[in-house]
Design a protein around this ligand. Sequence first.
Ligand SMILES: [Fe+2]
Ligand SMILES: [Fe+2]
Length: 172
Amino acid sequence: MPGIPIKPTVLAEIQRQFNHELGAAQGYLAMALWCEDQNFKGFARYFRKQVAEEREHADKFMAHLIARGVLPELQALAAPKTQFASLLDVARTAQQMEQVNTAGVNQVFEAALESKDYPAQVMVQWFINEQVEEEAWTDEMVARVERAACAGSLMDLDRHLEKILGEVEQAS
Ligand SMILES: [Fe+2]
Ligand SMILES: [Fe+2]
């Protein structure tokens, strides 16, 4: 299929990054399952929402490749971390994942800058913005879980999260 040609360096970064987004979806799925198993239903719902979001991220990159005349290549994904010592461990894993993801997004942008690939630059800008939010919420989650763990009120935090998500779903 035709389309604005894409240089191999940019293509390689986009391939790597959308597969990474799919890996992030798997990572969040593992967190959701662990939370379900531990009866943290609010957190489980929150992570399920992230699974859907990460898949959408991968879709955005894949759609860009298709529009540029390239068939996206799905790669084998590494197994995510499935066992967690605590809810804090889960939150910190999510935080780390988002930090790695930001670095990956920046790498795509740098390749696009170097290649003067303007369409890819504009496309990746959305992700650069998105990562600001993603890192903010994971930082907030870690801080809240840390505080709740001290006060022994993790279940309160979970119920609070479930209530918020319920209200968001009703509103949408
Ligand atoms: Fe993402
Ligand atoms: Fe994310």
